[in-house]
Ligand binder design. Structure first.
Ligand SMILES: Cc1ncc(COP(=O)(O)O)c(C=O)c1O
Length: 480
């Protein structure tokens, strides 16, 4: 007799539990505003409620969901709360969640075109859609010399850009023999830490990353970049890569990409543009100034998982000339050989990033774009920027506060004039209240509060309430 015993969830039970989980998520969306935004658990509190060892016998799914409510939910910081103004957003939306669910349901591993043609072709197509939608140069289209790929994060995208730059500069020799400590890369003092990490991973070494000083708006000073490159060349080093940022993490500064590009072109350096959050703004023609000069970049990256209503993780990475990237990362063992690859007629995205396996991430991006349409995306981006500019006006009108950086889009950097301690206390009290969540940075050595408006469901009333709470806590601080 064959053993027919099964522990699997049947399709019928999956349907029942699946409906319950979707109901749970919909309820969560409705009540997310009622939770303290920043989780209040202490270190170890979540684990202390979990059994020491894995269950020997399977448990009822209802019990598992009950534990999500009881154990997990208190340990959640609610990134999807409309009162979340911290870091940069990681905003989600209904169509993105459903796209992700479908991706899990199909369970596709799209490392090669042949392992699921739709996984590759939808990705290529959606990334091509975004090129004109964001005002990006045509060379990033798959029909041109370049193309786009979905990566997990901007960190991975920047690492790939750096690796391709390293190989272009050494004629693909460092791929075989390793680095000799001569390759140098450049970014500003405000560039995201992922570039330093990429230097470590790439074997180029973090000592060979030059941090170029910034101007009063915290944007890279191109004349200092040119000077540093010249000094490095004089020392027989090999400058090969510059990362310019559109929307730095601390203050949303925009590096002068056009001028930086001119320097890179004249000296044959790879220009990578990191536009992790702010790239999304370019969907609106009036904010497309952020992409000025990107037409000269060798690579470009932005995160729909930050501000484009596409839940984490989803990064778009474009290259102007795909052959450098592919030649850098391609390895073809026998077990991956197939006719479609040999024909040269297809894209195999395994050659476009670090890992081999890949999820069907373009489904959620496709769902988002089709649900909102460009018009819907523009509407919400505009509204976030409008609310941020309203917040700027309130800060300006209150003599206790000052703006700490230009606020061109949806991030407002501000501070109490009374000093670092007061700002730290204000932030701690606001975050402890659970009413909102904002984070800090340091600019010019001073502690600055960052207020970023980009959560999917943030409306005027949330921003108004946040400003009221900031004013209330400031008054209490002054009187304490
Ligand atoms: C400018 C910039 N680049 C890169 C990153 C890293 O993003 P990811 O988490 O996608 O690696 C961030 C994160 O906030 C960022 O602000």
């Amino acid at each position: 007799m064959p053993d027919t015993k099964s522990f699997h969830m049947s399709p019928e039970e999956f349907r029942r539990q699946g409906h319950a989980v979707v109901d749970w998520i919909a309820d969560y969306m409705s009540r997310v505003e009622s939770f303290p935004v920043l989780s209040r658990v202490q270190p170890g509190e979540v684990r202390s409620q979990l059994p020491a060892s894995a269950p020997q016998k399977g448990e009822a799914f209802e019990q598992v969901i009950a534990d999500v409510e009881r154990v997990i939910l208190p340990g959640i910081t609610h990134w999807q709360s409309p009162n979340f103004f911290a870091y940069f957003p990681a905003n989600a939306s209904g169509p993105a969640i459903l796209g992700d669910l479908l991706s899990s349901g199909l369970g596709v591993q799209g490392m090669l075109w042949s392992t699921s043609p739709a996984c590759t072709e939808l990705e290529t197509h959606v990334l091509d859609w975004l090129v004109p939608a964001l005002g990006l140069p045509e060379k990033f289209l798959s029909s041109s010399t370049g193309g786009g790929v979905i990566q997990d994060t901007a960190s991975s995208a920047s690492l790939c850009a750096l690796l391709a730059a390293r190989e272009r500069a050494t004629h693909f020799v460092s791929n075989r023999r390793g680095c000799d400590g001569k390759l140098v890369a450049y970014c500003s003092t405000q560039t995201h830490s992922s570039v330093e990490k990429a230097m470590k991973i790439s074997g180029m070494g973090s000592d060979n990353l030059r941090l170029i000083d910034v101007d009063q708006s915290f944007a890279m000073r191109p004349e200092l970049l040119a000077r540093q490159i010249a000094a490095d060349k004089k020392s027989s080093l090999i400058p090969c890569f510059v990362c310019a940022t559109i929307g730095t993490t601390s203050s949303c500064a925009i590096d002068p990409v056009r001028e930086i590009a001119r320097i890179c072109r004249d000296r044959d350096l790879w220009l990578h543009v990191d536009s992790a959050m702010s790239g999304t703004a370019a969907l609106c023609p009036e904010f497309r100034f952020v992409h000025d000069g990107v037409e000269f970049a060798d690579s470009y990256t932005f995160n729909p998982h930050k501000w484009m209503f596409t839940n984490f993780d989803c990064n778009c990475f474009y290259v102007a000339d795909r052959k450098h990237l592919i030649q850098t990362l391609s390895v073809l063992p026998e077990y991956l050989r197939n006719q479609a690859t040999e024909s040269g007629a297809v894209i195999d995205y395994r050659d476009w990033h670090i890992q081999l396996g890949r999820r069907f991430r373009s489904l959620k991006l496709w769902f988002v774009i089709r649900h909102y349409g460009i018009e819907g995306l523009q509407h919400h981006i505009r509204e976030h920027v409008r609310l941020a500019q309203q917040f700027v006006a309130w800060v300006r009108a209150d003599s206790r506060f000052e703006l700490a950086a230009p606020a061109k889009l949806n991030l407002v950097c501000f501070r109490l004039r009374s000093g670092d301690q007061a700002n730290q206390k204000l932030m701690d009290r606001l975050n402890a209240s659970g009413d909102l969540y904002l984070t800090h940075t340091k600019l010019d050595g001073k502690l600055i509060l960052r207020f970023c408006i980009g959560q999917t469901n943030t409306e005027a009333r949330h921003v108004e309430r946040a400003w009221q709470r900031i004013q209330q806590e400031t008054a209490l601080l002054e009187n304490s």
